[in-house]
Design a protein around this ligand. Structure first.
Ligand code: PLP
Ligand code: COI
Length: 371
């Protein structure tokens, strides 16, 4: 049987006492991003030789870890991020969970972790979100952010692919990733640090990529910037992606607006929002392209007006306009620094599908069965 088709059933044990509705509604009114969690979680264990076992959905609780647990030392771990949305008719849908399940498997392969079958990834979501359905917010920019992750749980300090692994899925009712909402962000071009190099782990969603980015993010904040933009590790000229988002460049001086996003070279994360916007851009009649852009071309395009909009995209950040760029040697504005018309049109098209306000012609929305 292939890993994709192994059947894993989650045994569901609901919490004996549920959060009173009034307390839950108070939390949902202003959840922030990734700070509060629903009442349950899904957990499954894997051991070399035995495979996956003990899959449960149980009350949300701390995970006790022996100080010798491998992940605490060598960071063998992967994660995902996706969202469940409350539809206008009350149903709950999740955006492209099969795509996240496939990326989770690819990340796991790169980190020498076992591959969780895609059906089990989606089943964990169905069971957890079905049970915690009351935690899916209905406010326009709010959703239930889902965070599947997997880590080396073997207690052993020798460096080797772990013989024991734990998979966990938690859910966090969340609002906008940026506290300022859809306001354009200012970005810092990191010229002295690199996020990922050829042959490294840049295309995998693994915590080490983020840990290595934090000093550059702190540098960005010192410069008054909201986010870091990463350049290629060899020439430090080619634009790759942002802290936790992919980038799109809008050229609006030809007969048709043209959207360009940096091609997947193996050093950037293949975003599911990025992939969806390549399709939606085409649907809206734009030219779309996976290509390359240098920092100098970015600056020159903004100066001569051929590059009219730049935006970042990702599950947490949705679509966020980039209003200004800074580096150690230069700074410039993008367009008139206000959210661009094409950026906002794409954002609306994406959000409308996710919220059920537009037809799901690409079959992206997965309906969560009621518990
Ligand atoms: N790039 C990085 C480094 C990210 O962390 C993310 C967020 O998941 C993305 C891009 C966007 O990916 P997605 O659209 O699948 O959320
Ligand atoms: C996501 O968008 O889901 C991410 O994982 C990015 C992270 C910075 C929150």
């Amino acid at each position: 049987m292939s890993a994709a088709s192994v059947d894993i059933q989650f045994k569901v044990t609901p919490a004996a006492r549920r959060t009173p509705a009034g307390d839950r509604e108070r939390i949902l009114a202003n959840p922030g991003f990734g700070k509060v969690f629903s009442e349950h979680m899904a957990v499954a264990s894997w051991e070399r030789g035995a495979g996956w076992h003990d899959a449960v959905v149980c009350p949300y609780a701390p995970i006790p870890l022996d100080p010798g647990t491998s992940v605490l030392h060598y960071a063998q771990a992967v994660f995902e991020g996706l969202k469940a949305y409350r539809q206008q008719d009350g149903r709950i849908t999740v955006f492209r969970p099969e795509a996240n399940a496939a990326r989770f498997r690819r990340s796991s392969r790169r980190l020498a972790l076992p591959e969780l079958p895609e059906a089990a990834f989606v089943e964990a979501i169905d069971q957890l979100v079905g049970l915690d359905a009351d935690w899916v917010p209905s406010a326009p920019e709010h959703s239930l952010y889902l965070r599947p992750f997997m880590f080396a749980s073997e207690v052993n300090l020798s460096v080797h692919p772990s013989d024991a692994v734990t998979f966990v899925l938690i859910a966090s009712p969340s609002g906008s990733y940026f506290p300022t909402g859809v306001k354009p962000v200012t970005v810092w071009l990191s010229e002295d640090f690199s996020r990922a190099a050829p042959g490294g782990t840049g295309a995998a969603k693994t915590g080490g990529n983020y840990a290595g980015s934090l000093l550059a993010q702190a540098q960005a904040a010192e410069q008054g910037c909201d986010q870091v933009v990463w350049l290629d590790a060899i020439e430090h000229r080619w634009v790759e992606e942002m802290g936790g988002m992919n980038l799109f460049f809008v050229f609006d001086s030809g007969p048709k607006p043209r959207l360009m996003t940096p091609e997947l070279t193996g050093t950037l994360l293949p975003g599911i929002t990025r992939d969806s916007l390549l399709t939606l851009g085409k649907d809206l009649g734009y030219e779309v392209e996976e290509g390359r852009i240098t920092v100098e071309q970015w600056r020159a395009g903004c100066a001569d007006g051929s590059l009219s909009e730049v935006f970042a995209c990702g599950t947490a950040a949705v679509i966020t306009p980039v209003g200004a760029v800074k580096s150690a040697s230069a700074s410039w504005q993008v367009g008139d620094t206000r959210p661009g018309a094409i950026t906002m049109r794409l954002r609306q098209a994406l959000v409308d599908i996710q919220r059920g306000a537009a037809p799901d012609v690409h079959g992206w929305m997965h309906a969560v069965p009621p518990a």
